[in-house]
Design a protein around this ligand. Structure first.
Ligand code: SF4
Ligand code: SF4
Length: 378
């Protein structure tokens, strides 16, 4: 597989250093005294010092996890306006009240028009109980035309108004939008999928382009594939796969931070260890084994099959939604995302095809997985 060589390089380097140690420095002066074990990295040209392990505020976060994260010294927090229709931001706002000056806070908008971007920002600030964000992302922009001139202009205006310090883009199909992001020349941060199973040569090339342009890179979907909701059903805390997965990502010095979701403080504390523990041969074996176990089931988001289905099925999107359920354990989110697809696309049934035209180079059993997605989510 093409990503084997990059894994090997990381492994060779990582065995002799703590996972987060490549370019990391301790910055006790930035947010007060640096708590023990936290390693900060610079978020591109923003100059912000962010903890290598951040905190994803997905869906319904546990307030105790957010509070504990701040106490540990984790300082990068990421949410989105659309998560649970604003409920995630509300919970985070209440939990982080009084701690705002100790964290770097990011949220995202799905809006395409100027008016909607402004409205989302005002709603986010209110829900998060703050007068500004540190990073405001255009959310889930997987085609260049989703990065609209209007939305970019609105973000710039919000930056001038002081409602956000920096602006960014989040994208799954980074290959499709990386050049547009750089060409627009306005963005400070990009958040994208990056993990052991999907960390390919091509994805590394996109990350390098962003890094070379001075854009801070935040890795998402770092642990979902190894969390273990599908057979074999190892418990997260038992297999320590998520810890190894974060360590693997942090060996890439071009990644500034990660935003894994923790359901409880025990998971958070395990994620935290990725900043100080070395990536070991045992970690590599664990991730390699897990990656092979999930090979037929987990889409690597390489987008090689994009546009190939004659019936217009957005294969990567449907498989990503299925992963929210099968790997992330969140059927509600999976269904909600699926229901945002156009009606005529939701009506397509892969079970009606005698054979699928798509041969996945990563070994995903595309038709079987799509049949499952449509049965479960439609
Ligand atoms: S199904 Fe396969 S080819 Fe299509 S995006 Fe996923 S990993 Fe790539
Ligand atoms: S099974 Fe048929 S409808 Fe489904 S993705 Fe493959 S070609 Fe498209």
């Amino acid at each position: 597989m093409e990503f084997d060589s990059s894994r090997r390089k990381f492994l060779q380097a990582g065995l002799v250093l703590p996972a987060a140690g490549f370019i990391a420095t301790h910055h006790p002066d930035v947010f007060g005294q640096a708590p023990s074990g936290v390693v900060y990295r610079t978020l591109g040209k923003t100059g912000l010092k962010v903890s290598g392990v951040g905190c994803g505020i997905g869906l319904i976060p546990d307030p105790a996890v957010l509070v504990r994260a701040v106490d540990l010294g984790v300082n990068y927090f990421d949410t989105a306006r659309m998560y649970e229709k604003g409920k995630s931001e509300e919970i985070a706002g209440a939990a982080l009240k009084g701690r705002r000056n100790r964290i770097v806070l990011a949220s995202k908008t799905d809006a395409l028009t100027k008016a909607d971007v402004f409205k989302d920002m005002d709603d986010s600030l209110k829900a998060l109980q703050t007068d500004h964000l540190d990073v405001w992302h255009l959310h889930s922009r997987d085609t260049p035309d989703m990065i609209t001139d209007e939305a970019v202009e609105a973000c710039e205006m919000l930056k001038k108004q002081g409602k956000t310090r920096f602006i960014g883009v989040s994208a799954h199909d980074i290959y499709a939008v990386v050049d547009k992001i750089i060409q627009v020349g306005k963005f400070d941060v990009v958040q994208t999928t990056y993990s052991y199973p999907i960390g390919s040569h091509l994805r590394n090339a996109s990350v390098k382009k962003l890094h070379d342009a001075g854009i801070g890179v935040v890795a998402m979907k770092v642990i979902i594939a190894v969390a273990g909701f599908i057979p074999p059903k190892e418990l997260r805390l038992k297999n320590e796969g998520p810890l190894a997965a974060i360590k693997w990502v942090l060996m890439n010095p071009m990644i500034s931070t990660t935003v894994p979701f923790a359901k409880n403080t025990a998971e958070l504390e395990m994620n935290f260890r990725a900043m100080t523990e070395p990536y070991t041969t045992q970690d590599e074996k664990m991730l390699y084994t897990r990656n092979e176990e999930i090979r037929p089931d987990y889409c690597r988001m390489c987008y090689e099959c994009k546009g190939k289905c004659p019936k217009g099925v957005p294969v990567t999107d449907e498989l990503r939604y299925l992963a929210y359920s099968d790997f992330g354990g969140d059927l509600r989110q999976a269904r909600r995302n699926f229901m945002h697809l156009p009606k005529e696309i939701r009506a397509v049934r892969c079970s009606d095809c005698s054979a699928c035209v798509i041969q996945c180079p990563n070994g995903v059993e595309v038709q079987n997985r799509l049949i499952r997605a449509q049965e479960l989510l439609a």
